[in-house]
Design a protein around this ligand. Structure first.
Ligand code: NAD
Length: 366
């Protein structure tokens, strides 16, 4: 999925520690089980603020390098997501190599759960692309180190609606910064990927009167949702040059890359996908130079982690809503900071998160 940042020379000489995306990971666990066919990788990036919490993604990666690269980028992102959101959690993530539609079964999930359990709570898993709440329930049979289990067995359920609400808050804050109003009425918004998060986002912005255009590789879903929300549909990959106000990437990462960045006509980017910038430094800077207001993904898609954190901390829906609504304020602060310091929004958010981690590390060591 994000193979463009794999460095071929580094793979040859330093196949793991030398990868660009390795970036200080504490631990990487390769999980292999011949009986179930499980091949998974758990990335634990940083546990200074707390146990590494992050979802498990099941995907048909073209190569194992793609899977490794993806898990490393995702787990690192979780560290900064939890840090900027003020949660006492570290960053981790897992990937299972395989097709979730045809290769997922309960035995595979349980075996994966046993690997998670072997880490004694250093890594706590949750749902990501290719996973459902039900899968978390199966994992719960073999380990307590899983969140996002069904409400009927004491969990917080599907995190996606909360993620979508947080993205909506971040989008409104970005609109406030760029257009001088956070009202989305009349704004042309392209939502790329109308899965669990994308659909709820479409609902929020449609309710507010935005003109919504939806794009997905699943044409059946597009047809269903275009009727349900009276949304326009655009098919295929040729979407970046569309005449729109806001682009909301809600499918997979790295859609802002060398190929797409100069085509973009949107004035705001605010979406749910993790790792939207193929190269955080280069593409973050290019967006800044082009005056495109980019709401950092790891900041505005934190609703899901807020939701599962509630499961660990035992707080309720009001607190979840309050924390998720606060994404609006933090996003505005980040835009203002980026302008004052003439740095990218990604860098501004990253600096605040890193500062929190560094402070905690000093406290622990003193
Ligand atoms: P999902 O699997 O339910 O939905 C993804 C959608 O994107 C699907 O409808 C799929 O068909 C579509 N898609 C895949 N490739 C595409 C492409 N090339 N072009 C257009 N559409 C494409 O996943 P989700 O739970 O809605 O998550 C969406 C994104 O948000 C993911 O990147 C995920 O990591 C991120 N995210 C999700 C959560 C959460 O709570 N679910 C939290 C944080 C971040």
């Amino acid at each position: 999925m994000t193979s463009q940042i794999i460095d071929a020379a580094a793979i040859k000489n330093d196949p793991v520690f030398g990868q660009l995306s390795f970036d200080g990971h504490e631990q990487i666990v390769f999980c292999n089980d011949e009986d179930t066919g499980l091949k998974a990788i758990i990335g634990i990036h940083n546990t200074v603020l707390g146990p590494a919490l992050g979802g498990t993604r099941m995907w048909s990666y073209k190569t194992e390098w793609d899977a490794l690269n993806d898990v490393l980028r995702l787990s690192r992102g979780m560290t900064y997501k939890s840090a900027i959101t003020g949660l006492n959690l570290g960053g981790g993530k897992a990937v299972i190599i395989g097709d979730a539609k045809t290769q997922k079964n309960d035995d595979l999930m349980r075996r994966f759960g046993e690997f998670v359990h072997s880490l004694s709570g250093k890594y706590i898993t949750a749902e990501d692309v290719g996973m459902e709440t039900r899968d978390m329930d199966v994992i719960r049979e073999v380990t307590p180190h899983v969140t996002g289990i069904s409400e009927s067995i004491g969990g917080s359920g599907n995190p996606s609606p909360v993620t979508a609400y947080g993205v909506y808050m971040g989008m409104k804050a970005a609109a406030q910064y760029k257009f001088g109003t956070d009202k989305l009425e009349g704004k042309k918004v392209l939502v790329q990927g109308v899965g669990h998060v994308g659909e709820t986002l479409v609902k929020h912005i449609t309710d507010e009167g935005a003109q919504v255009i939806i794009n997905d590789i699943n044409e059946v879903r597009l047809e269903e949702l275009s009727k349900k929300y009276n949304a326009n549909v655009v098919l295929g990959n040729d979407i970046y040059g569309l005449d729109i106000d806001i682009y909301a990437p809600c499918a997979l990462g790295a859609t802002i890359n060398d190929h797409t960045i100069n085509q973009l006509n949107a004035k705001v980017i605010a979406g749910a996908a993790n790792n939207q910038l193929a190269n955080e430094v280069k593409h973050g800077k290019l967006l800044q130079e082009r005056g495109i207001a980019y709401a950092p993904d790891f900041l505005i898609n934190a609703g899901g982690i807020i939701n599962v954190y509630a499961e660990l901390e035992g707080y309720g829906k009001d607190e979840i809503k309050k924390k998720t609504e606060n994404i609006y304020n933090t996003t505005l602060e980040i835009f203002n900071l980026s302008e004052q310091e003439n740095i990218t929004t990604h860098r501004a958010a990253f600096n605040i998160a890193q500062n929190r981690i560094d402070t905690r590390k000093k406290e622990k060591n003193s």
